[in-house]
Design a protein around this ligand. Structure first.
Ligand SMILES: Cc1ncc(COP(=O)(O)O)c(C=O)c1O
Length: 404
């Protein structure tokens, strides 16, 4: 008789966005005349930039020709893409990362969920709270998180690092010593980040205690402040303690195209064991490469035309962020984020819980956002709005919220 992985049984409740979807569908069915504006899920809305579309068309044509057809991609990704990544995302920022430290993938969700596989079961993880739920859930599936307390919404073997308005959303070194530290900066959902100096202190801490940092930089393209690092490898000593995850989803609108990469420096070792070699082994065994057409699209992200078009796209979303942030402030809300990330994090008014505010906003303004409690217990009492909608919808949503 087969047995299932019982760790899956431990996962609480249904997925945040399916609960939101059900609530919105029920409201729409009961109120078919209402036009709902969705500022909930973190999906982009602007079309893929022309330089990237051109590159994809070119690659499609190559696939239709015997001379230029490509089959399986190289395990770690095509050289042309890995070199473009190294040159633009690392060398340009003074980071000494080489192409054989880059692993091209189908996006940061799979990498952020899969990376825990190369670590022993008895590692203790530390996460910012609130944060992107994949880090904890993938460790639950691996049996690394102990037991769940439904009341506190916490796992017994996870170290939570609260990031709230009380500490300016800056995680503090935990009392208990972690082995694996997940940092998502700029953060989803709070839209806040930390300075390069603060990040350096995390790198120093990890090197001191022998921990590894899994650094999710999915929102790096939205950083606007000078004193914020675009890569953890801008910090001294990061190559001996950090793995960096990157995505093309938010900087280039690839949520449906699918492309990302992970950096595992060769200097990152556990005793004599190289994590780069382990991840290469894992990648080679379980992943058959991102499509050629998509990797050519990724290369075009770094072309001169691509860079210029994507700068405009990011600016478009960040103008929405500004519109939301200023509009909410005018309406009397306490708001955070929106400066280095496309998320606005607001304190729910009048002691409402996150879900109470979700219902209130849906029913009275027909605007959908995301309850903060869905991202961790310290997200309770907060609410996330995204800047990924169209400008017109963003303005309309704010008009409605201001009238409440
Ligand atoms: C912090 C963070 N990491 C990773 C992802 C997923 O990225 P991808 O689309 O590359 O899988 C998201 C998506 O919302 C995210 O918010």
């Amino acid at each position: 008789m087969f047995k299932v992985n019982e760790n899956y049984q431990k996962l609480p409740g249904s997925y945040l966005f399916s609960t939101i979807g059900k609530k919105v569908s029920a409201y729409s069915a009961a109120n078919p005349d209402k036009k709902i504006i969705r500022l909930g899920i973190g999906d982009v809305t602007q079309p893929i930039a022309p330089a990237i579309i051109d590159a994809m068309h070119g690659a499609v044509d190559e696939m239709g020709c015997a001379e230029t057809f490509r089959g399986y991609a190289p395990d770690l990704g095509y050289e042309f893409l890995r070199s473009a990544i190294v040159k633009n995302d690392y060398q340009a920022r003074g980071c000494d990362i080489s192409a054989d430290e880059i692993f091209v993938s189908d996006g940061a969700k799979s990498d952020s969920g899969n990376i825990q596989e190369i670590f022993a079961q008895n590692n203790k993880i530390a996460v910012c709270d609130p944060v992107y739920p994949v880090y904890v859930d993938s460790n639950v599936m691996a049996g690394r998180t102990g037991t769940y307390d439904a009341k506190t919404e916490m796992w017994s073997d996870v170290i939570y690092m609260p990031c709230t308005m009380e500490n300016d959303f800056v995680p503090e070194f935990p009392k208990e010593t972690p082995d694996i530290i997940y940092l998502c900066l700029p953060n989803n959902p709070t839209g806040t980040t930390i300075t390069k100096a603060q990040l350096q202190s995390w790198v120093d801490y990890a090197n001191k205690i022998g921990a590894v940092i899994i650094y999710d930089a999915a929102y790096e393209a939205y950083i606007s402040e000078e004193n914020v690092a675009h890569s953890i490898y801008e910090c001294e000593g990061a190559k001996t303690c950090a793995i960096e995850l990157k995505s093309f989803s938010k900087n280039a609108g690839f949520t449906g195209v699918r492309l990302g990469y992970t950096v595992v420096p060769k200097e990152l070792k556990c005793g004599e064991v190289s994590l780069n070699a382990m991840w290469a082994r894992r990648h080679g065994t379980k992943f058959n490469g991102a499509p050629y057409i998509v990797q050519r699209a990724g290369e075009a992200v770094y072309s001169e035309a691509g860079k210029a078009q994507l700068k405009e796209q990011v600016a478009y979303y960040m103008n929405n962020a500004k519109t939301i942030k200023e509009g909410l402030k005018e309406a009397g809300y306490t708001v955070f984020g929106g400066v280095n990330a496309p998320y606005i994090w607001l304190k729910t008014p009048g002691q409402m819980t996150s879900w109470e505010f979700f219902d209130y906003l849906l029913e009275n303004a027909n605007v959908v956002g995301t309850p903060g409690s869905g991202f961790g217990p310290s997200g309770e009492g907060y609410f996330r709005l995204t800047a990924f909608g169209s400008y017109e919808n963003t303005v309309a949503a704010l008009e409605r919220i201001k009238k409440l």
